[in-house]
Design a protein around this ligand. Structure first.
Ligand SMILES: Cc1ncc(COP(=O)(O)O)c(C=O)c1O
Length: 380
């Protein structure tokens, strides 16, 4: 069981940690989960890929989530252990035959996504006919203004989606539709365009869908990115959904990752070295907890501690290097830090719950941190 601390300052005072640490604030997580569950007009599934740490999954379950978007057999087995009766949406559109087989037979998964005819054929050949199985056709209708345009990899166009949906229904499965507007999507109308398209696709296929999954993509508010509030996203989605599916016989789902877990985790790093100029080397970097930072170029909220006390005073922009010997291991932006920062100080980065610890590597032998619990997490 990970240890619990009152806040980051008392954690530092007690532990003086040399290795990076993930600080998970259960109270903040609960607040965010409640915000989604109460505000979203349908079922909220957690996208496990954003953070599969067992501490996080246990906390997400405890906060009231019982549906999960899973992308691999590893994630499926993890969930079946932690919450055996969870609704698992196997929404990775491309799966190997052995993965479909194990998901269906060993783990009793009954919800799968696909986006082409070969995947549908594979699923049909592996599991045969089963009217309890829901197959969600993933489609994509355009640009979302998200940081990651997942449409480059997944999601078919409306015409093919309608053909696939018709085949799904004819094969006796429960037809469904799904999309993902791209991660860190800052435009609520990207969801609306897709919801309206879903209604057209279902009509063209002549199929009544069981569910529409609007994916994840809900944005985190980083210091360099503004976005409408989550409530604005929810009310626009609700309006469009009621307009597009007025009969009330379609279950609405979403599967957020980043926005659900980001605010509940901060990563506490330590300064290994300060050069004379505004340059610091940390014990964690791009090959560790901050891979996403390099890819997405989001800027992270930051605060600095010396001993158990916050370090304040005039700031300047620093080049921040990670611990490996690779020159790519550098933050994509210059980080504002106190001019006085020195070897041995700690830098805490907020909004790190999603795509932080899960995408870290052991490159050069450096490992990212364990999880500890803090009662008062980093709010910026
Ligand atoms: C199918 C699917 N659902 C949900 C998510 C979670 O997205 P986000 O973290 O942007 O909410 C992803 C992310 O890649 C995804 O691929």
């Amino acid at each position: 069981m990970s240890k619990r601390y009152r806040d980051t300052a008392s954690l530092i005072a007690e532990l003086q940690p040399d290795a990076p640490l993930n600080c998970l604030c259960i109270e903040r997580l609960r607040e965010h989960v409640e915000g989604f569950v109460k505000g979203f007009p349908g079922t909220v599934a957690y996208a496990v890929k954003a953070n599969p740490a067992e501490e996080m999954l246990a906390a997400v379950c405890e906060a009231g989530i019982s549906a999960f978007d899973v992308a691999s057999l590893y994630e499926i087995s993890l969930l079946r252990k932690i919450k055996p009766d969870a609704l698992l949406l196997y929404d990775n559109p491309v799966k190997a035959r052995h993965e479909i087989d194990a998901a269906y037979r060993e783990y009793a998964v009954r919800n799968f996504a696909l986006d082409d005819a070969r995947e549908l054929q594979k699923i049909h050949e592996v599991i045969g006919s089963d009217s309890t199985v829901e197959l969600a056709v993933r489609f994509n209708v355009g640009n979302s203004s998200a940081i990651y345009d997942l449409g480059k990899k997944f999601g078919t166009n409306s015409k093919t989606a309608a053909e696939l949906l018709g085949q799904v229904a004819r094969l006796g499965y429960r037809p469904a539709l799904t999309f993902h507007p791209g991660s860190q999507c800052t435009r609520a109308d990207a969801y609306n365009e897709h919801i309206a398209a879903a209604a057209r696709i279902a009509a063209e296929a002549g199929a009544t869908i069981d569910s529409l999954n609007v994916g994840g993509g809900f944005p985190t508010v980083y210091p360099n990115s503004g976005a409408p509030t989550i409530q604005q996203f929810f009310s626009e989605i609700e309006q469009q959904f009621l307009q597009s599916f007025p009969a009330g016989n379609v279950e609405l789902r979403c599967e957020p990752g980043r926005a659900l877990v980001d605010p509940s985790v901060s990563v506490l790093t330590r300064v290994k070295h300060r050069r004379e100029l505004a340059v610091v080397f940390l014990n964690d970097g791009i090959y560790g907890s901050f891979m996403e930072q390099l890819l997405s170029r989001v800027e992270l909220p930051t605060r600095v501690f010396r001993g158990g006390e916050p370090l304040q005073g005039p700031e300047e922009l620093f080049t921040v290097f990670g611990p490996t010997c690779d020159s790519l291991d550098v933050f994509s932006y210059e980080v504002p830090l106190p001019t006085a920062i020195a070897e041995g100080d700690w830098i805490e980065f907020g909004e790190m719950g999603g795509y932080g610890s899960c995408s870290s590597t052991r490159f050069n032998g450096f490992e990212t941190g364990d999880y500890v619990f803090v009662e008062n997490g980093f709010v910026y």
